[in-house]
Design a binder for this molecule. Structure first.
Ligand code: ITT
Length: 190
């Protein structure tokens, strides 16, 4: 069975493909010939996930799901949040990481969480699935796997960052994996 995943982010596509291997074939925006950068103008993860999934329904008449996600840092009033992809004004992960580290410099409160909200558009209805994982922000970058803020995020109960984990290991515990599991349970019931 095929599922359309409304993303331009190759890393998200890889994580979702790996998690759904043997269950679903995952097509991303490029695969369905959608070459636009869908505007994400909402101020919530749920709002932006819904903008992406409904764009595909409207313009391609395909059922589809989308993931809007980001990092919330307690000491930064939950920033970067929905602005995670372009926190520094650029999509460059290193610049975004450095901005978070600079803003947290000297701050002992390193608590943070990754959140994913999935919007699944099916039969004209929007189904929402959420996943989150608590952790802390390291004082320095560590690891080269993963993407985005992975090199500075250490999930609670671990002494390594997401960027030091293999994709399979991250996929066992991540915010995205938790939201995805909920969506799979829903699809199984349907
Ligand atoms: P699409 O909208 O095309 O799916 P995007 O990268 O713009 O791709 P978002 O708008 O959801 O996705 O922004 C999420 C940003 O949050 C992403 O670019 C990363 O910087 C960060 N992020 C999300 N999930 C992450 C993860 O698992 N590990 C590290 N950083 C993550």
């Amino acid at each position: 069975k095929k599922l359309v995943f409304a993303t331009n982010n190759q890393h998200k596509t890889e994580e979702i493909r790996s998690a759904l291997e043997g269950k679903y074939e995952v097509l991303n925006l490029e695969d369905i010939g959608c070459l636009v950068d869908i505007p994400e103008t909402a101020d919530t993860f749920e709002g932006n996930a819904t903008l992406k999934s409904s764009y595909v329904v409207e313009h391609f008449n395909l059922e589809c799901f989308a993931d809007d996600s980001g990092l919330e840092v307690d000491a930064l009033n939950n920033e970067p949040g929905v602005y995670s992809a372009r926190y520094s004004g650029s999509r460059d992960s290193l610049e975004n990481i450095q901005l978070v580290l600079a803003k947290l410099e000297g701050n002992p409160n390193r608590k943070a969480r990754f959140k994913t909200v999935i919007s699944l558009m099916q039969d004209g209805k929007n189904h929402i699935f959420e996943g989150l994982i608590e952790g802390t922000i390291r004082t320095e970058i560590s690891g080269s796997k993963g993407f985005g803020y992975d090199p500075i995020f250490q999930p609670d109960g671990y002494d390594i960052t997401f960027a030091e984990m293999d994709m399979a290991e991250k996929n066992k515990i991540s915010h995205r994996a938790i939201a995805l599991k909920k969506m799979l349970e829903f699809l199984k019931r349907g």
